[in-house]
Design a protein around this ligand. Structure first.
Ligand SMILES: Cc1cc2nc3c(=O)[nH]c(=O)nc-3n(C[C@H](O)[C@H](O)[C@H](O)COP(=O)(O)OP(=O)(O)OC[C@H]3O[C@@H](n4cnc5c(N)ncnc54)[C@H](O)[C@@H]3O)c2cc1C
Length: 387
């Protein structure tokens, strides 16, 4: 998009403002992410706070939310920003998605006015970082079985349990933590320095290494009554946050795929074997053509879903169609591009293997491919095959 890859002139159906936002984010990624990200990935580190402040200055955190210092952009503009961020690295996009679409959205949608005032302006500015704790060590795809518990003690709430695989947890100031209560699942704002909160970084990831992931232990964490998100009732609440974040992923995955495709195109035109550029071989062109077709189809799908979101008509199973297709195809593109680069494809000097490895996580989080197939299957058949 905005490149030779835009075979269908999708660019022309974007507004001037959408193109401008995209250009600003692309520049930011070129300056602040691209030159460093291979090193962050290798070291398994990322300057999350520094990046959050820079993203905050540009209005990228909670950018599709309104008020409280948020930019109030369209869903399509947010999607384009995710695409550009993920062209840098899926981990960097994850920082922004978890902050804006999971943690901030939960507070914005389900929080009290006091909670919104307390957290949203600071989070929009990148001065405070949030995380979203739904997954547990023994409960991933099936969050309804969560065992983390919140019980009343006088006016207070006391939380016990553990959350696992939580993006931003090692650096977060606040966690939106979902727990079972006598009345069903509820959400709580947990200051990450509260007594009884422990966190441990998950260090040996082979994917999404430029993203901080952690486990959160909750051991008798006492919170005041107003720590509960008053409007969040039942599992529907965290699932609606996931629908928000998945929309960003529908776009984001195309960014990783675009970076792979652009790398492979450039490599194939400059590397010669048998006396001609790799791009001159029919088999290479077939690969490039098939990948470009899938990428363009994915972009049309993302744009369609983004426009539905802006019209307030996007349904969860439609987001499942986008997440399932675009992440699956992005991963296939990354792997295919890897073959075009030959041995260089496995080198950290090129971004392709990093994107491919990252996309393995993107395939799994925010609902695995299988779970999205089940969501679509349920819509088609009227039968739930989850259990
Ligand atoms: C890098 C990273 C960051 C993450 N960040 C967060 C975060 O910020 N917050 C958060 O809450 N979680 C986060 N997650 C967790 C993620 O959402 C879960 O990993 C995901 O929901 C899958 O759960 P699981 O890993 O326990 O796999 P499981 O649920 O154990 O599934 C394992 C396999 O079985 C399949 N399976 C499960 N049930 C069914 C079924 N009914 N039918 C068919 N197949 C099925 C799955 O599709 C999968 O292939 C993150 C994960 C990763 C890898």
């Amino acid at each position: 998009m905005g490149t030779a890859l835009d075979l269908l002139d999708v660019d022309a159906s974007l507004s001037e403002e959408e193109r401008q936002i995209r250009a600003v984010v692309r520049r930011l990624v070129d300056d602040r992410v691209r030159p460093y990200v291979a090193g962050w990935y290798e070291d398994g580190q990322v300057p999350a706070r520094e990046l959050a402040r820079e993203f905050g200055k540009l209005g990228l955190l909670g950018m599709h939310l309104t008020g409280y210092g948020c930019a109030g952009s369209s869903a399509v503009a947010y999607g384009l920003a995710c695409l550009e961020l993920e062209a840098g690295d899926s981990g960097v996009r994850s920082l922004v998605s978890v902050q804006g679409s999971l943690a901030m959205y939960a507070i914005w949608r389900f929080g009290s006015e006091d909670q919104k005032q307390r957290w949203l302006p600071a989070m929009a500015a990148g001065e405070a970082i949030g995380c979203f704790g739904l997954t547990e060590p023994d409960h991933g795809s099936d969050p309804a079985s969560m065992v983390t518990r919140a019980r009343r003690d006088g006016d207070d709430w006391v939380l016990d349990g553990a959350k696992m695989w939580i993006t931003n947890a090692p650096v977060a100031d606040v966690g939106v933590v979902w727990a079972r209560t006598d009345e069903g699942v509820r959400g709580f704002l947990v200051p990450m320095d509260a007594p009884g909160v422990g966190r441990q970084e998950i260090r040996r990831k082979m994917s999404l290494r430029a993203s901080l992931t952690g486990e959160i232990a909750l051991d008798g964490v006492r919170l005041p009554a107003d720590a509960r998100l008053p409007e969040a009732v039942g599992l529907r609440a965290p699932l609606s946050c996931l629908t928000e974040a998945r929309h960003g992923i529908v776009w984001g995955a195309l960014g990783a795929a675009r970076d792979c495709l652009e790398t492979a195109l450039s490599y194939a035109t400059t590397r010669t074997q048998f006396g001609r550029p790799l791009a001159g071989f029919q088999l290479t062109q077939a690969k490039l053509a098939d990948m470009a077709v899938e990428w363009n189809k994915g972009l049309l799908l993302a744009l369609h879903l983004g426009r539905l979101a802006d019209a307030g008509k996007l349904r969860p199973e439609q987001v499942s169609v986008g997440k399932l297709n675009n992440v699956r195809e992005a991963l296939a593109i990354a792997r295919q591009c890897r073959t075009i680069l030959g041995a260089n494809g496995v080198s950290g000097e090129y971004p392709v293997m990093r994107h491919a490895n990252n996309l393995e996580s993107v395939l799994t989080y925010e609902g695995t491919s299988e779970i999205h197939q089940l969501v679509i299957g349920q819509r088609l058949t009227g039968l739930s095959a989850f259990a």
